[in-house]
Design a protein around this ligand. Structure first.
Ligand code: BES
Ligand code: ZN
Ligand code: ZN
Length: 513
C-alpha cells in the first residue's frame, strides 16, 4: 500500500478515489461537517445530510454510504471530538472496510481534524501507520489466493495544505515503523517448523542486508551469530540447556547499530527467542501449548526494532541480543533439578523446564552487560501470570527502584501505541528466587504461583545485578485483540514501535538513569 500527498482537494481530484473518509462532529444531535463535504457532488452532499437527519447517528458510529457520483462512497465517522486514539482506530476501520469492499484508491482530508493538540503531521502519520497495520493479514501468506487475487488497497491520498516536505517525512517514518511491526508479526506468526533458532538468525541477517548503503559497503547493522559450538566455548550453558532437547540447535543472535558517538553507552535490548515452547519435560497440556510458536515474539520485536532504528538513522547506539532456542522434550532435554552455570558464573537450579525464557535470557543478560549499556531492557513473552494480572491490553513494565525511569518508560508506552502498565519488582522478588543448592532457582523458591510475573522479573533482575535494568513482560500483548483493535488475528508485533519511540526519546530516558 502506497501513500500520496495532494494539496488539491476539489471536485476534480476527489474523483480519483473510490472512497473518502468523512468526519462529522456531533454535539447535542447537531452535526457539523468537515469542509471536505463541499467538494462532493451537490446531490451527494444532500444525500449525506439527509442520512444524518434521518438516521441521527450517535458519536462512535461509522457508516459506509454509497454516493451517486464519484468518489462513490464516503466512510462517515461521527464523533464528539477526534483525538489521536479515536483516529487510530478509525484509520484501521476505514482501511479494513475499503479492503473488504475491494477499493484500490481511497482518500482522506486531514486539515479539519487538526487542532492545537493534534498536528496535521501527526494525523498523516497515524493514518499511514494504522492503514498499514490494518491492511496486514497473515492468512494471505499460506492460503490459496482467490481467483482474482487478494484484495489490496493500493493507495491512500492524503489531502492537506500542510508543507509537503514535512508530510513526506512523516509518511516515510511511519512506513518504516509499520513495515517493521508487520514483519515482526509475520516472523512471530510463522509456524515453528519454519521459524527455528537459525531462522531467527537468518531474519536478523536479512534485515541487516537491507541496511547497506545504496552504493554497497558495510551495513549499518552488524550481525553476529553464536552457534552451538561458540555457545559452548563461551560458557553459555543456559541457552544450551534449554536448546538441548531440540533437533534445531540454539543460537545467540547479536545485532549492533551505531548511530551515536563512538563512546556513547548503548541501549541494550534482550529479547526472548523461544521458537517453540512445548514446556520441555514439564510438558504443557495441549491448550496451553497452542500459540507457543509465538514465544519468540520478544526476539522478533528486538530484530525489527533495531532495524527500524537503523533505517530511521536515529542518533543512538543500540545492541539487540536474541537468545534463541526451541524448548522440547527428549533424551537430551534439560531436567528438573538440573544445576546450570550461566555465562559469567552464576548458578541456577531448574524448578520447572517450562520457565525456560528466563533461563536463556540469563546468559544473554550477562553477556549484554559486558557491552556496558546505559540501560538494559528485556522483552519477553515470559509469564502467563502477567496475563492473569493485566489482561490483554498492556504489557507488564518492571523497574526496580527508579520512579523517574518507570514514569518515562510508561509514557513511551502511551505515545508509541504499545501500552505498558507497571507491576512490582522489588528486592523481595529477587529473594524469592534464591536457590537451595544454586545461586538462584527458575521458579519461586516455595513454589508459590502468586505474583509469578514479578518473581520471573526478580530472576532476570538477579542476573542484571547492578546494571540499570527494566523489563517488559509482553505475554499479554503477544496477540492482537482483533475486534477491539481492528487488526487481524495473530501476533501483535508489540515492541517494535515501543523501542523506536524510546530511541527517539533517548536523551530524556538517559536523564532519568
Ligand atoms: N512462554 C510461557 C509464558 C506464556 C504463556 C507466554 C502464555 C504467552 C502466553 C513461559 O515460558 C511459561 O511457560 N511460563 C510459565 C512459568 C511457570 C512454569 C513458572 C507460566 O507462566 O506458567
Ligand atoms: Zn515455558
Ligand atoms: Zn516460554
Amino acid at each position: 500500500m502506497k501513500f500520496s500527498i495532494s494539496s488539491k482537494l476539489n471536485k476534480a481530484s476527489i474523483k480519483n478515489v473510490e472512497a473518502f473518509f468523512l468526519p462529522v462532529w456531533v454535539e447535542k444531535e447537531r452535526y457539523q461537517y468537515d469542509d471536505a463535504v463541499s467538494v462532493l457532488d451537490a446531490a451527494d452532499q444532500k444525500l449525506v445530510k439527509n442520512f444524518l437527519k434521518e438516521r441521527e447517528p450517535k458519536a462512535g458510529e461509522v457508516h459506509l454510504i454509497r454516493l451517486n457520483k464519484k468518489p462513490g462512497f464516503v466512510f462517515l465517522s461521527v464523533e464528539k471530538e477526534f483525538n489521536g486514539k479515536k483516529l487510530t482506530l478509525l484509520a484501521r476501520k476505514y482501511i479494513r472496510t475499503a479492503k473488504k469492499q475491494g477499493f484500490k484508491e481511497v482518500g482522506i482530508y486531514i486539515d479539519d481534524l487538526a487542532d492545537d493538540d493534534l498536528a496535521k503531521t501527526e494525523i498523516a502519520g497515524l493514518f499511514v501507520r494504522n492503514s498499514l497495520l490494518a491492511h496486514y493479514d497473515f492468512s494471505e501468506e499460506f492460503k490459496a489466493a482467490p481467483k482474482d487475487g487478494w484484495k489490496r488497497v493500493q493507495n491512500l491520498t492524503i489531502f492537506s495544505d500542510h508543507d509537503e516536505k514535512e508530510l513526506r517525512a512523516t509518511v516515510k517514518e511511519n512506513e518504516i515503523i509499520a513495515e517493521g511491526v508487520n514483519r515482526c508479526r509475520t516472523l512471530s506468526n510463522y509456524p515453528p517448523v519454519k521459524m527455528t533458532p537459525e531462522g531467527l538468525a537468518e531474519a536478523a541477517r536479512d534485515v541487516a542486508n537491507e541496511c547497506r548503503p545504496a552504493k554497497g559497503g558495510a551495513s549499518s547493522i552488524k550481525v553476529t551469530v553464536f552457534d552451538e559450538k561458540k555457545l559452548y566455548s563461551e560458557g553459555m550453558n543456559a541457552i544450551l540447556a534449554v536448546g538441548g532437547g531440540s533437533d534445531n540447535p540454539p543460537r545467540l543472535v547479536i545485532m549492533e547499530y551505531k548511530g551515536g558517538q563512538d563512546g556513547d553507552q548503548p541501549l541494550a535490548i534482550v529479547g526472548k527467542g523461544i521458537t517453540f515452547d512445548s514446556g520441555g519435560l514439564n510438558i504443557k497440556p495441549g491448550e496451553y501449548m497452542s500459540d507457543m510458536h509465538m514465544d519468540m515474539s520478544g526476539g522478533s520485536a528486538t530484530i525489527y526494532a533495531v532495524a527500524a532504528i537503523a533505517k530511521l538513522k536515529l542518533p543512538i547506539n543500540v545492541i539487540g541480543f536474541i537468545p534463541a532456542a526451541e524448548n522440547m522434550p527428549s533424551g537430551k532435554s534439560y531436567r528438573q533439578n538440573d544445576i546450570i552455570t550461566a555465562y559469567g558464573g552464576k548458578t541456577m537450579e531448574i524448578g520447572n523446564t517450562d520457565a525456560e525464557g528466563r533461563v536463556v535470557m540469563a546468559d544473554a543478560i550477562e553477556y549484554a552487560k559486558t557491552k556496558k549499556p546505559a540501560l538494559l531492557m528485556t522483552i519477553a513473552t515470559l509469564t502467563g501470570a502477567a496475563m492473569v494480572a493485566l489482561g490483554t491490553r498492556w504489557s507488564g513494565l518492571f523497574v526496580k527502584d527508579n520512579k523517574d525511569l518507570r514514569a518515562a518508560l510508561e509514557s513511551i508506552g502511551e505515545t508509541s501505541g504499545d501500552a505498558v502498565w507497571p507491576l512490582p519488582l522489588t528486592e523481595q522478588n529477587e529473594k524469592e528466587v534464591e536457590g537451595i543448592f544454586a545461586d538462584v532457582t527458575n521458579t519461586h523458591k516455595s513454589n508459590s504461583r502468586y505474583g509469578g510475573a514479578s518473581s520471573a522479573a526478580g530472576f532476570l533482575s538477579q542476573f542484571a545485578g547492578d546494571q540499570t535494568f527494566a523489563h517488559l513482560d509482553m505475554a499479554p500483548r503477544m496477540t492482537t485483540n482483533p475486534e477491539e483493535e481492528a487488526l487481524s488475528c495473530g501476533a501483535a508485533g508489540f515492541g517494535v514501535a515501543y523501542f523506536v519511540e524510546l530511541a527517539k526519546h533517548w536523551e530524556t530516558i538517559r536523564s532519568t538513569l
